[in-house]
Design a protein around this ligand. Structure first.
Ligand code: GLU
Length: 302
């Protein structure tokens, strides 16, 4: 059966050079392992996602010459997410967490990435009588069980052994890395961890190619997918990142220079591809490269 990979940007800003590098790795992997490419626009965070960014993602990718075989928008999947939540609830794997951000910060230790390791304060509580409606902030009055809450998954205390196609073997215990993590947040939005697991299963993704900045999510996603019934996880490859001059990864929030800005300034796709290959250490000069050449170069580095 042919495999399938995905490119999964969040439309919370315009694509930048970091995304372009990610896209090159996704499409190079597709060439190397004969995979189809699915474009999944991850707009699960409805507060930060913008329709102009959704349109720009497609346009910028097309301008660069990327082609994909299928496409989805995560906000079309909310029924699918609700169904998956119900299945987990039926197995008694979900509980509400009423801790405020301040309590979470003060009452839990942190891991090496600065994320809290939730110690399970609210575990054992029963599910609320009234569900937090999606995207509305519930009133904090009335029964404490109806107060604002996130939903956390009971993650098993076990080591997940997984293999990265570039970085090798990992043995990580999500319970010790982050503890029971939220699958829906306090304002009723589906979390990245939950949405990505449901969609990687439902969309039949066999290869997940993404940046090293998300590598620490992989063990917890494999653990969550197991609870959802997928025992054979996708194959994973985490690629190196482009860093800015201060050595920090590029981020839309920090207003990294966008592909859109380059296009408007008259930069060609070939110039941009050459620059990204150079910044990623995959080429020794910034010489312009067409997409096929760029994919060949990345392929050789997979
Ligand atoms: N939506 C995530 C991002 O834009 C990528 C998620 C993934 O590839 O798993 O960083």
């Amino acid at each position: 059966m042919p495999g399938k990979t995905r490119f999964a940007p969040s439309p919370t800003g315009y694509l930048h050079e970091g995304h372009l590098l990610s896209a090159l790795f996704v499409w190079a992997a597709a060439t190397k392992w004969d995979l189809s490419v699915h474009l999944r626009i991850e707009d699960h965070d409805q507060e930060r996602s913008r329709s102009e960014h959704i349109a720009a993602i497609r346009e910028d990718l097309q301008w660069l010459g990327f082609k994909w075989q299928s496409e989805s928008l995560q906000s079309d999947h909310f029924d699918r997410f609700e169904k998956s939540l119900k299945n987990l609830e039926a197995q008694n794997l979900v509980y509400p967490c009423y801790c405020s951000r301040k309590e979470l910060e003060e009452q839990n230790p942190k891991n090496e990435f600065g994320e809290i390791i939730y110690q399970g304060k609210c575990k054992g509580g029963s599910l609320p009588l009234v569900r937090t409606a999606s995207l509305s902030t519930p009133s904090s009055g009335g029964s404490p069980r109806n107060a604002p809450h996130s939903l956390r998954i009971k993650i098993p205390d076990k080591v997940i052994n997984w293999h990265d196609l570039r970085l090798g073997d990992f043995a990580e215990n999500p319970k010790l890395q982050c503890g029971d993590f939220p699958i829906r947040d306090r304002i009723g939005q589906w979390t990245y961890q939950f949405a990505v697991c449901v969609d990687d299963i439902e969309e039949g993704i066999t290869h997940v190619i993404r940046g090293e900045d998300i590598r620490n999510s992989t063990a917890r996603q494999i653990a969550l997918m197991e609870l959802m019934g997928r025992t054979e996880p996708p194959k994973y490859l985490h690629h190196p990142l482009i860093v800015d001059t201060a050595g920090k990864k590029l981020s839309k929030r920090e207003k990294a220079h966008s592909i859109r800005q380059d296009r408007e300034a008259g930069v060609t796709p070939q110039e941009l591809l050459g620059r990204v290959l150079f910044k990623a250490g995959l080429a020794s000069t910034q010489a312009p490269a067409d997409l096929d050449t760029a994919l060949d170069i990345v392929c050789r580095n997979l």
